[in-house]
Design a protein around this ligand. Structure first.
Ligand SMILES: [Zn+2]
Length: 189
């Protein structure tokens, strides 16, 4: 049971980005564009950290702008792929943002921001270093799966296991629709 009020704002750019607010703590999951900053400004929220699911361009190209706007934000990101040809273009697009990454996640980790716990799971299916995140009973899953005909589907056996074990009330993918009881989530398209 979670007594604190948790609010999720889904911000649609080329990808889905999520602003999660718990009490006075605001966290961001993926930052695919400047729009994320615009929404933060509109909501008058001051982010503490951004968690990147994977280093594909559409999930990170707002990171530098976010860091310029909020220099105190800590950027948690997976270790980059060096040999994956599919990522070369993305890394080129990322050239300026890469210097903004503060923490390179390499394996499952638990991170405490104020008193909000974020579990980082290395699921590694869509990209070798892909991470999913859990805040309370919400899973942010990037491109590890998606909602097809109202059902969340994933090919990542690790993510399937996490879902079984945590029984999330919302699964928030990097694209398309959300799998959610919708209690928390407000779309900003
Ligand atoms: Zn991707």
């Amino acid at each position: 049971m979670f007594l604190r009020e948790l609010k999720v704002y889904a911000v649609k750019t080329l990808s889905n980005n999520y602003i999660i607010n718990v009490g006075r703590t605001t966290l961001i999951f993926d930052c695919g564009g400047r729009k994320v900053v615009k929404v933060l400004e509109k909501l008058n929220l001051n982010p503490k950290a951004v968690f990147i699911t994977h280093l594909h361009f559409d999930h990170v190209y707002g990171v530098k702008y976010l860091k310029d706007s909020y220099p105190a934000v800590t950027v948690y990101a997976p270790a980059p792929l060096r040999s994956d040809y599919a990522n070369i273009l993305c890394l080129m697009g990322l050239a300026s943002a890469r210097g903004s990454f503060n923490v390179r996640l390499k394996h499952d980790t638990e991170i405490l921001i104020d008193n909000v716990k974020v579990y980082a799971y290395k699921t590694g299916y869509h990209t070798k270093h892909h991470f999913c995140y859990q805040v309370e009973d919400i899973l942010i899953v990037g491109d590890e799966g998606g909602v097809i005909k109202g059902i969340f589907q994933t090919k990542s056996s690790k993510l399937r296991k996490i879902i079984e074990e945590t029984g999330p009330s919302a699964i928030l993918p990097g694209h398309g629709e959300l799998y959610s009881i919708r209690r928390y989530v407000e779309w900003i398209k």
